[in-house]
Design a protein around this ligand. Structure first.
Ligand SMILES: Cc1ncc(COP(=O)(O)O)c(C=O)c1O
Length: 423
């Protein structure tokens, strides 16, 4: 399709958008009385209007039933988390039993490392991407030290090539083969938080497994954004947060995937708690741990129902729409945003920005600002464009297909142009 950088054309695309009615199902913050153009669904997704109802339901049950709510509310709390597994499994391409919701992302990665990072004298190295999200770096370093190893030796980073802004799959594969039988684990952010790159997870997973390593993925920027086939790709594990593209609310619970070949095992190394033991016998309060047959075996505590409620509300929307429709709109709206950016670049005389996101991408375009940098970012924020700033000079634009419109992209272009001309 040939795009045009006009309001009429953007509105025409909105008119053809099968998801257009979902925009009204989210709350938008306002600047100067006008709804913002929201580009930070990759950081904190907007609040779905129906989330309130799900939270109120729990509050009412608590008020009216107190402890009886565990078993006698409409959605009993003791197995509330189970309602999230089936819709979430579809989002990440897993079997329902391979998915659970618990804790938060970094906590879950630590828990999963207990199971999937079992260093031996020979096989103890971990491959990750250079400049992984800081929490992942701290998590990996502390795990390695916890095993009495030196992060400088045990952590092997795949670097981008000199002068390039993205990782090459062949470089990841080469590193995997180089480390070979010393490799215990590959753990990479499947969609990079900084440049928006989508890694070739299938190929990398296969390569890691071929040398005998475990392979896990941090999908903080992947879940709800890109097509995932965790089961078919044969990943050992994955974890993601829910407050970005999954629109579940600030700091909300994390999802985990554990491949079915690791399920229903009593002798697997794992940190355990009472919510991981079999439901049927849990309240017999026996000292023996009988693992749940699914990924819930990794659950430690009884579920934080108040925070799972908005996540469940959001998942209901993913069920209605499906990842296929979201991805179809994503591809078109991101292509339109890219087109608008190029048009604005042509219309302004200074070379002010550069898209550093490679073609393997989801909804995020990372834009390197030359020259005006922070002052242009401040101008955008003051004028109702919510984006974020990443050092040294990058803004990230992630038009979430659930609620961003083509008109937003056009209006953003106009504000950007004015910003370039005035700051
Ligand atoms: C790629 C990535 N990994 C890990 C985290 C940490 O998440 P949490 O604070 O929920 O542990 C984030 C948070 O934004 C992230 O983007």
């Amino acid at each position: 399709m040939k795009f045009e950088n006009t309001l009429g054309f953007a509105q025409k695309l909105d008119g053809q958008d099968p998801l257009r009615n979902y925009r009204n199902q989210f709350y938008f913050p306002k600047v100067d009385g006008k709804e913002v153009i929201y580009f930070t669904g990759n950081s904190l997704g907007l609040q779905p209007k129906r989330a309130q109802k799900f939270v109120d339901e729990v509050m009412t049950d608590w008020k009216e039933l107190a402890v009886e709510g565990h078993f006698h509310s409409d959605k009993p709390w003791w197995d509330y988390h189970e309602r999230l597994a089936a819709p979430l499994a579809k989002v990440v391409g897993a079997k329902t039993e391979e998915v659970s919701v618990m804790n938060t992302l970094t906590v879950n990665l630590h828990l999963l490392m207990v199971t999937f990072y079992r260093p031996t004298a020979k096989r103890y190295k971990i491959i990750c991407e250079e400049k992984a999200f800081p929490s992942d770096q701290y998590m990996l370093q502390s795990q390695v030290r916890n095993h009495g190893l030196d992060p400088d030796d045990a952590l092997v980073e795949v670097k981008k090539r000199e002068g390039e802004n993205f990782w090459r799959t062949e470089d990841v594969l080469q590193k995997i083969n180089e480390v070979g039988d010393e490799l215990a684990l590959v753990l990479i952010g499947g969609v990079n938080y900084y440049n928006g790159q989508v890694f070739d997870m299938e190929t990398i997973t296969q390569a890691g497994k071929a040398v005998g390593a475990n392979v896990g993925w941090d999908l903080a920027h992947g879940a709800g954004n890109i097509e995932l086939k965790l089961h078919d790709w044969d990943a050992d594990f994955a974890a993601w947060c829910s407050y970005k593209y999954m629109n579940s609310g600030p700091g909300n619970a994390s999802g985990v995937f554990i491949h079915e070949r690791h399920l229903n095992k009593k002798d697997i190394p794992r940190l355990e708690g009472w919510w991981g033991t079999k439901k049927e016998t849990r309240f017999l309060m026996k000292p023996e741990f009988e693992p749940m047959a699914n990924a819930d075996a990794w659950q430690l505590s009884n579920p934080p129902v108040l925070s799972l409620a908005p996540y469940l509300a959001s998942l209901e929307m993913f069920e209605e729409v499906g990842m296929e429709a979201l991805i179809e709109k994503r591809d078109r709206i991101v292509a339109y945003l890219e087109f608008v950016l190029h048009e604005i670049d042509k219309e302004t005389d200074k070379a002010t920005f550069e898209i550093i996101t490679p073609k393997d991408r989801g909804t995020q375009l990372s834009v390197f600002l030359h020259g005006q940098g922070k002052s242009l970012f401040d101008y955008l924020m003051k004028n109702g464009v919510i984006t974020d700033w990443r050092e040294p000079n990058v803004i990230r634009l992630a038009p979430a297909p659930f609620y961003c419109s083509y008109e937003d992209m056009y209006r953003f272009g106009q504000i950007l142009k004015k910003g370039i001309q005035t700051v």
